[in-house]
Design a protein around this ligand. Structure first.
Ligand SMILES: [Ca+2]
Length: 332
């Protein structure tokens, strides 16, 4: 009798748990171990199979520290296996913490990019990247229009031609973003990136409520397969510990009709950019396209000023010479 009650209670408990899990995400979504890094980080010595560590990255038994709470650090981890999954969701368990009360930085980025293991100025990774970056920026460099409350989560899709501008906190190149108070949190903090069809969705779980809050969702994002997942972080004048506890990649279980379109093979593309992008002078139809435009603009303005000065000088010279004889007449 007692064992029967125990059996019923156990069954009810299992049913309850499975319902709860189902409510969180589709259990058929398949964890791709080759693109996942989770505790225990086993491997021979400092090596973890299928993952590379660059820069200041340190592995402990409980976390992977991309940067310590020290100035001028850059660190990253990169998956060595290109991702062939077409529709996916990446869950990142992270922790950003440090001594700084008001001054801390700079932040970290999660990557799905063509090139890996290259340290650089975009939160510890290379600029003019090719791929997708989801950036968790903890320091506000920009106080002009369109600034955001920090920490700020945003995303950038780049075909290799765009520069990430720290002075503007990437405002002019972001697809979308949201404020998320994840730093020095007492709770576990998570970030989810979902890429389904051409829709990119980023969600956060930072307040210990055990559920995702949508940060943003954008359509018209095209990313090819075969790129690499990674995470990088950087400190500059300001510092923080940037820790990754786990990264788990799930292949989405979609109905037969979905996700079977022809594989995209071009460079990364995004159709929609955040509103502030419309407010800047767009290089479209300018002297030249790309990041060097402002340099060219300055050059042409200087040339125009020089021509203007020469013309004014010539006109003044002619007038002066014309006036001269009349003046002389008057004096004599
Ligand atoms: Ca910043």
């Amino acid at each position: 009798m007692a064992s029967d009650t125990g059996f019923i209670l156990r069954t009810l408990f299992i049913l309850l748990i499975s319902c709860l899990v189902k409510a969180t995400w589709n259990t058929k979504d398949y964890l791709k171990r080759e693109h996942t890094i989770t505790k225990p980080y086993t491997g021979a010595g400092m090596n973890i199979p299928l993952w590379d560590f660059v820069g200041t990255t340190m592995v402990t038994s409980n976390y992977i520290r991309l940067t310590p709470d020290r100035q001028s650090s850059q660190g990253a981890i990169w998956n060595t296996m290109p991702c062939r999954v077409r529709n996916w969701e990446l869950h990142v368990h992270f922790k950003v913490h440090g001594q700084g009360k008001n001054l801390f930085g700079d932040g970290f980025a999660i990557w799905y990019a063509r090139d890996r293991n290259q340290l650089g100025p975009v939160f510890g990774s290379k600029d003019y990247f090719v791929g997708l970056a989801v950036i968790a920026d903890t320091y506000s460099n920009h106080n002009g229009p369109h600034n955001h409350q920090h920490p700020y989560i945003s995303s950038m899709v780049n075909n290799g031609s765009m520069h990430y501008d720290h002075d503007l906190d990437g405002t002019h190149t972001e697809l979308a973003g949201c404020t998320s108070l994840f730093r020095n949190s007492d709770h576990d903090t998570y970030l989810a990136i979902r890429y389904e069809g051409t829709t990119l969705k980023v969600s956060m779980d930072v307040d210990g409520k055990d559920g995702w809050t949508e940060c943003f969702k954008v359509d018209g994002v095209r990313l090819p397969v075969g790129y690499y997942f990674g995470a990088s972080a950087a400190t500059g004048e300001l510092a923080d510990n940037h820790d990754i506890i786990s990264m788990k990649l799930y292949e989405l279980d979609l109905p037969e009709s979905q996700g079977k379109e022809e594989e995209y093979r071009g460079l990364p593309q995004a159709e929609v950019f955040a509103a502030p992008r419309d407010h800047i002078d767009d290089p479209k139809g300018g002297f030249t396209s790309g990041g060097s435009w402002s340099g060219w603009k300055i050059f042409f303005v200087i040339v125009l000023i020089i021509i203007g000065v020469i013309v004014c000088g010539a006109v003044a010279f002619v007038i002066f010479n014309k006036d001269d004889p009349t003046k002389r007449k008057r004096f004599y």
